[in-house]
Design a binder for this molecule. Sequence first.
Ligand SMILES: [Zn+2]
Length: 62
Amino acid sequence: MQCPNCNCKDIGKIGTNQYYCWNCFVEMTITKGKLSLHQVEEDGSLSSLDDLFEDHDLQIEM
Ligand SMILES: [Zn+2]
């Protein structure tokens, strides 16, 4: 598995179906074989990055 945002493989697991990219600080949630990306803002809130990607970029191979 690699980060769709920066293509690095420095991914840490932070919960069930939840991963974190240590390179670009993006949180990834896997739902039904599809990734959902969120950026953690300085105030701790999450903003969705899904609009930046095409559907096929977010599909993951199970
Ligand atoms: Zn990344």
